[in-house]
Design a protein around this ligand. Structure first.
Ligand code: TRP
Ligand code: ZN
Length: 482
């Protein structure tokens, strides 16, 4: 789904610059040999996101939220991680909220905050390779964050509860963590809300119990998940469970729909099993142990998001949006970008999935969509048709533009050029192989081009992919048709 892209607010850039300066001046020295874990992973677009020096493997989040009482969240996060160097201290990302206590392996730890960085200094240093558990107790009213492109994410209060969305940097608004897509982990989430409301998240529901007017929901996400596709939807929801048949193990479908959206979304959501089966035919086995959708009210967010297992939609989705978000389960959620520069690996694939669905269901062929984009009559207005050529898919000029049409539509055009170069059979084998090779992992653009080249050598000898990369993926302006 494309979103409009307002200009980067200058104030936002200034804030980032200030935070950088402030944090780099603070902090005591580590012990000799042990160091401070870095306060960011040098993402080309979001340098402060994530933290160096450790690798998180599991988040246990216990949350309590009452939208009526004071819209305040109380939380305990237990983060299991492995040190990847000797550490005197390390950072977590957390924006807003009050930290009440921090412990490492059960021992109270010192901590301080600067911007989105929560620096933890355990009583004793951590050794390279050591697994450690950090507990953070926190509370407060979570913030809604504004992205560089002006869109809202993080914690979004809704009429009946709240919705947590995290692409690219929103998850730090509701739990502390290593909030960069390159550090994926398993999750256990336990959420207590007033009786009558539900809490819906990723993975599978493992428990639900009511006591003294409050209901606790437990969700488990066993497969690795990037924190930007973690979600939590609190509110009134109608639940519909079914299964995707026709595979060796039945895949559970869990759909949660705001009561006001049940009628309008019934027909499209009823097609989830059909879409998943179709996608498995093209992309290979579904990568997770459940699927579904969360439909909140229109306006609860300004966009849909491919939250793992069950994408979030603000209002009833149309079929191509459902196809797009489910395709992301393979491309984005299972094969996750190494950095935000590799966004086209998410959006180019998910957009191309929409074209493939149309092609297979009596609509325009992918070639026809490609041609319309090339001729400049795909979108309703000239400016949008022109904007496709603003920058190369693999090189957005700024963080504000990682969700613009060069990433989505031109990203899909790159895949269409690959298909043209290697032929249909090899192409589908290639995109399945790509999903299999990096299943539950991370990959970047160079990994993709290398994979495609190597694959083509075998499956499509003589195919020349160089112009696809040079002109379509990395090249400025509108490439020649060749
Ligand atoms: N990934 C979402 C989609 O395609 C759109 C989106 C939501 C997005 N938030 C974003 C893209 C932030 C880039 C950045 O369905
Ligand atoms: Zn998308």
């Amino acid at each position: 789904m494309s979103r409009s892209a307002p200009v980067v607010p200058a104030a936002a850039l200034l804030t980032v610059a200030l935070a950088l300066t402030l944090t780099s001046c603070t902090g005591g020295g580590g012990e000799a040999g042990a160091a401070r874990g870095s306060a960011g992973l040098r993402d080309p677009y979001f340098p402060r996101l994530g933290n160096g020096g450790y690798d998180a493997s599991h988040y246990a989040l216990t949350l309590d939220y009452d939208p009526e009482a004071d819209a305040s969240l109380r939380g305990t996060a237990v983060i299991t991680a492995r040190a990847t160097r000797d550490l005197a201290s390390f950072n977590l990302d957390l924006k807003g909220l009050d930290v009440e206590a921090v412990a490492v392996d059960g021992v109270t730890a010192r901590w301080k905050r600067a911007g989105q960085e929560l620096t933890v200094t355990p009583e004793r240093g951590l050794d390279d390779g050591e697994t450690f558990r950090t507990t953070v107790r926190y509370s407060g009213t979570p913030e809604t964050l504004t992205d560089p492109d002006g869109s809202r994410e993080g914690w979004l209060p809704t009429a009946d509860g709240a919705l947590a969305l995290g692409e690219p940097a929103g998850s730090m608004a509701w739990f502390p963590g290593n909030h960069h897509p390159s550090d994926k982990a398993a999750y256990d989430l336990t959420v207590t809300v007033p009786e009558g409301l539900r809490a819906v998240s990723n993975g599978e529901l493992t428990g639900e119990s009511t006591r003294d007017g409050r209901t606790t929901f437990s969700w488990r996400t066993a497969e690795p998940m990037a924190s930007y596709v973690a979600t939590l939807a609190i509110g009134e929801f109608e639940i519909r469970r079914s299964t995707v048949g026709g595979r060796s193990t039945r895949l559970p479908v869990y759909v949660a729909v705001d009561p006001s959206q049940v009628e309008e979304s019934r027909a499209v959501l009823g097609r989830i099993p059909e879409v998943v089966r179709w996608a498995e035919g093209n992309f290979g086995p579904y990568p997770f142990s459940s699927t579904g959708a969360i439909v909140d009210r229109p306006g609860d967010s300004a966009y849909a998001l491919e939250t793992q297992n069950r994408p979030v939609f603000p209002g009833a989705p149309d079929l191509s949006l459902l196809v797009h978000e489910l395709a992301h389960q393979w491309y984005g959620d299972s094969v996750t970008p190494k950095s935000w520069r590799d966004m086209w690996l998410n959006e180019g694939f998910a957009t191309y999935a929409e074209w493939l669905w149309e092609e297979d269901h009596g609509g325009d062929s992918a070639q026809e969509v490609f041609d319309a984009l090339y001729e400049g009559d795909h979108f309703a207005d000239a400016a949008s048709n022109e904007a496709v050529w603003d920058f190369p898919p693999a090189r957005p000029p700024s963080a504000a533009r990682i969700s613009d049409s060069p990433v989505y539509e031109r990203g899909a055009m790159v895949l269409h050029k690959v298909r043209e170069a290697v032929g249909d059979d090899a192409f589908f084998e290639l995109i399945r192989g790509w999903a299999a090779a990096h299943r539950h992992g991370n990959a970047d653009t160079a990994d993709f081009t290398a994979y495609a080249e190597k694959f083509a050598e075998e499956a499509a000898p003589g195919a020349d992919l160089t112009p696809v990369w040079d002109d379509w993926l990395y090249g400025d302006g509108k490439p020649p048709l060749a």
